[in-house]
Design a binder for this molecule. Structure first.
Ligand code: MN
Length: 262
């Protein structure tokens, strides 16, 4: 009897997390992520990191910072144990490159991607590209996603890049105070376009920090959009959690305490 656990109906096939915003200044959130890797991720055949794992990423040469190296090595331990680890960049860590991917033992995927898990075909994305009502952000995104812009930026000294990022983050926090909740959520037409272009009826994304399961349509036209939570364990009202897809295709949501959500 050597049947693999992952082939049993109901056994976890893949785990999805996003928006951990890992940073040395948030030790409890960091520890929650390390615990998740040990206690949950190592038991699943696949782990999908759907963006904004880091609060920011200034370039792969920042792997020399012990904190960053420690995170890469913790992910590496999971992939070395036989778990396939996949990565979709977020708006804060889109500068993660091949060196980090190699150090962490993970495979980088384009945004969006279509994957097959538990007999399902579904789309995965970070979610920022669907926030099309935020015109200023979409303009910024188009600029910083250009290979030429990235090459020029990465040619700057690391300390200078960090200073620029700190400035952009401060500016963005200031702007967000004046943006409505609607503007900072995904746009329904952009979500529909994503479903259409990928020919999928299920989507998992993060970015908006509004964990939910949105169902639309009925029968053959039914569409399911799952939104991942952000992680924050360094405050009183802790947030976090993940989504699991079982080998039989069941999609389940879990909260910051590891309890399954109804
Ligand atoms: Mn994001």
């Amino acid at each position: 009897m050597t049947a693999s656990v992952s082939n049993k109906p109901g056994a976890v096939q893949a785990l999805f997390i996003s928006d951990l915003h890992l940073q040395a200044a948030h030790p409890r959130t960091t520890q929650a992520f390390l615990d998740f890797l040990q206690e949950q991720a190592k038991r699943a055949p696949q782990l999908y990191l759907l963006g904004d794992l880091f609060e920011y990423w200034a370039g792969d040469d920042d792997l020399e910072t012990p904190y960053n190296r420690g995170i890469a090595e913790a992910i590496r331990q999971v992939s070395d144990s036989g778990v396939q680890v996949f990565w979709i960049a977020g708006n804060r860590d889109f500068l993660v490159g091949d060196s980090f991917a190699q150090a962490a033992g993970m495979t980088m995927l384009p945004d969006p991607s279509v994957i097959a898990v538990g007999g399902r075909r579904l789309a995965i994305a970070h979610g920022d590209a669907q926030c099309t009502d935020d015109l200023a952000y979409m303009e910024f995104r188009a600029q910083v996603r250009q290979p030429q812009w990235q090459a020029q930026f990465l040619a700057l000294p690391l300390a200078q890049r960090k200073a620029i990022i700190a400035g952009v983050r401060k500016e963005s926090q200031e702007e967000q105070r004046h943006k409505t909740m609607e503007i900072m959520d995904v746009n329904q037409a952009a979500i529909d376009a994503l479903f259409d272009s990928t020919a999928t009826d299920t989507l998992i994304h993060g970015h908006t920090h509004r964990p939910a399961h949105h169902l639309s349509g009925e029968g053959e036209t039914a569409r399911s959009r799952y939104v991942l939570p952000d992680w924050e364990y360094d405050v009183k009202a802790q947030r976090g959690g993940w989504i699991a897809i079982d080998a039989d295709g069941a999609i389940r949501r879990f909260g910051h305490d590891g309890q399954e959500l109804a």
